[in-house]
Design a protein around this ligand. Structure first.
Ligand code: IPD
Ligand code: CA
Ligand code: CA
Ligand code: CA
Length: 288
């Protein structure tokens, strides 16, 4: 298999155009005070009619243009679906649904296009903040058309670090209808989350948590945050943002220091490889 290419037809302009259309649905519905809110796996796992509407819109637009392409999307994929070598669109229709429901502007559409499991194009659009982040493999990262770079920070003691975690997955602890194995797994995750936040509190300048993984990665890319660490992200949280960080000169690895695989549910992103590696062996994860 040679170097992966997006194929002549998939362009960053197409991905930006559909992200803007999706963002327009997000922007107009953001101000709907009567959104219908359902829950999924736990009382903290929110979904609205708009998450589904945006995902449906994007899938239709993409399917019309590229009928053979695959999808890995939050609202329509099952837990058995995984990224294959086929051209695949990895989509989070609304990343930061809780922010969206609570009128907090840190909410976005995230679209990654991957071939041979490599993300070639990533677009994250936050319509309330009017910020469009884009990257194409090998061609740099951009915010509203201007080239962006990470902070270049190397020293953890001067780093502002985003500590991501999923309240929804920890909420399973103590829920009577959740089976004991899942509860035990959630307890292990909780131990690591607490260890990792404590490590950052004691060794870094400050910590943040915005509630949208895709935007948090884009903030590392733009030099606002110096690092991001989390045990919760899924493929659609990461796909676009990871490419945007890398194309901005940053480094994304697994907690064990190895290259990141999108399905592993751990991610360590930083302004520099030196800063990313300073966390390896200090942050813990179940099974590491
Ligand atoms: C969530 C956000 C949040 C992260 C959660 C995700 P959603 O995605 O990315 O930052 O902490 O783990 O589930 O559900 O709003 O798309
Ligand atoms: Ca969700
Ligand atoms: Ca998400
Ligand atoms: Ca989502």
């Amino acid at each position: 298999v040679g170097e992966a290419k997006p194929g002549p037809e998939v362009t960053v302009e197409f991905v930006q155009a559909i992200a803007r259309e999706a963002g327009e649905i997000l922007r107009t519905s953001f101000y709907d005070r009567n959104k219908k809110v359902d829950t999924k796996d736990s009382p903290a796992d929110l979904v609205t009619e708009y998450d589904r509407a945006i995902e449906d819109h994007l899938k239709k637009r993409i399917h019309n243009a590229f009928p053979t392409h695959q999808f890995l999307c939050e609202e329509s994929s099952t837990s058995n679906d995984c990224l294959t070598d086929a051209p695949t669109w990895v989509i989070d229709p609304i990343d930061g649904t809780t922010n969206f429901v609570h009128s907090i502007p840190h909410t976005c559409v995230s679209i990654g296009f991957a071939v041979n499991k490599q993300v070639l194009i990533g677009v994250v659009y936050a319509p309330i903040l009017e910020e469009l982040f884009t990257a194409e493999k090998g061609k740099g990262a951009y915010l509203n058309g201007e080239r962006i770079h990470t902070s270049g920070r190397r020293d953890p003691s001067r780093a502002v670090v985003c500590c991501g975690f999923s309240v929804s997955s920890l909420r399973k602890i103590g829920m009577p209808d959740v089976d004991p194995v899942a509860q035990a797994a959630a307890r292990e995750i909780e131990k690591s989350v607490m260890n990792n936040v404590t490590y950052c509190v004691h060794n870094c300048r400050d910590i943040r948590h915005y509630g949208s993984t895709a935007l948090e990665l884009c903030y590392v890319a733009a030099g606002r945050l110096d690092a991001y660490q989390s045990l919760s992200p899924k493929e659609w949280d990461l796909a676009a943002g990871v490419l945007i960080v890398e194309e901005a000169g940053g480094c994304v690895i697994d907690f064990d220091g190895k290259p990141l695989e999108l399905h592993v549910r751990r991610a360590l992103a930083a302004s520099t490889e030196e800063l990313a590696r300073s966390f390896v062996g200090k942050l813990t994860a179940p099974g590491l």
